[in-house]
Design a binder for this molecule. Sequence first.
Ligand SMILES: Cc1ncc(COP(=O)(O)O)c(C=O)c1O
Length: 488
Amino acid sequence: MTQQNNPQKAAPLEGLSLLQHVYDPATFRQQGHALIDLLADHLEAVQHQQDPTVMPYQNPEESYTYWQQELLAPLLNDPLPLFEAVIKRSVKVHHPHYLGHQVAVTAPAAALAGLVSTVLNQGMALYEMGMVSVPMERLVTELLAQKIGYDSSSNGILTSGGTLANLTALLTARSMKAPSNVWTEGHQERLAIMVSEEAHYCVDRAARIMGLGSAGIIKLPTDERFKMRTDLLEQYLTQAKSKGLHVFAIVGSCCSTSTGSHDDLVAIADFAERHNIWFHADGAHGGAAVFSQKYRHLLNGMERADSVVVDFHKVLMTPALATALVFKKGSDGFNTFQQRAQYLWNSSEADWYNPGKRTFECTKYMMSLKIFVLLRLYGEAGFAAAVERLYDLGQKFAAMISTRPDFELAMPPECNIVCFRIVKNGVADLNAYNLQCRQKLLEKGHFYIVQTTLRDVVYLRISIMNPLTTENDFVLLLDELTAIQHES
Ligand SMILES: Cc1ncc(COP(=O)(O)O)c(C=O)c1O
């Protein structure tokens, strides 16, 4: 319903005076100060666990009805009640008991950078509309390239999420390795990519968007630790060739989403080099470990990948979305798209300062500022500290599980993702039992954890995203799960 056909909500101002009111700096100043106070109070309350509710679950229909009514209620020139309701009804990612999906527990300074970006709203497709953020983007991706171990011929871009970055990398791979020019001629041959069965679903989706079909995504089985069976690569390639498929890319997961398992990137690099296949490393989650001396070894071989994706908006404390796609040979990135946009730029030159030539997006958020501000304030040490704290906590949680007889691990964790389950004697259907216990845990609202199914076995799954979570929070989680078992 618009304001016009809702008499109750008729704005007192109209036309130019309404617009002058919309842009009034004094109102922004006053409301902005009040909002920062509100958010700081929220952070204080959840960090210190004054409010025990992490997950204020509402069913979708109930939530829709609530917001439908809110839309009709006049705000009387004060957006604060709306923001209060949003905070109250959202998952509290800053709560130390938030152990759910892999979203960053945002560093407040990066959120302030987000506010600057949204007010200034630079377009970013071309240099003229991104004179600050474009050079920052180059600096941030150059730093990442250096951490990966690439030389100075490397560079990259920032883009809107790991899903889009993986698709972009595979488009580049196809341009570089497919025998014909797919951009102008379409597929002249049947193309395929190789990937582990545990890869994030966005890789499968990317392959299908690219028109490769089911046959064009060859899924390698995984071993007992859910890593790609690289011993089968030659056999699978021979089979693909015998079916007339041209494999142009292989994707290594570092790490996989469900279990946090790292594929053997060295073996994948050897294979890719032997067969002139593009090697893409999907480090959306685990690529962050390039900042940590302690955990960099998990990514051995990444420096040999043709392209790498790292989400800053997961382990690295940056608000969504902020994903880097870095190419070993920076010039490759200019072959991803072959569009001409005369109104934006005059030449197809490989200039680093017009991001639209290399990104899917035309208008793009100033995402580099959010990363840049964290680097300025805390240096690389800030990112290293986050990775090490979260990955160390993964080890500690696993050690704790081993001391509790009614729990078991799916496998020893490699990072901050841990899969475990309740194993209660006398329960016939442990899968149903674990699902039930998680549901009860969610209903209590004091913890947010997720679940996954690995080879038909249901596991509870935590991704430890909050550096302020402590071992005591793990004790409380396991105690609450134990109490739930006694209730049932
Ligand atoms: C390994 C991996 N790749 C890709 C993605 C997708 O990234 P995004 O959520 O930024 O689109 C994820 C998300 O969890 C992931 O874990």
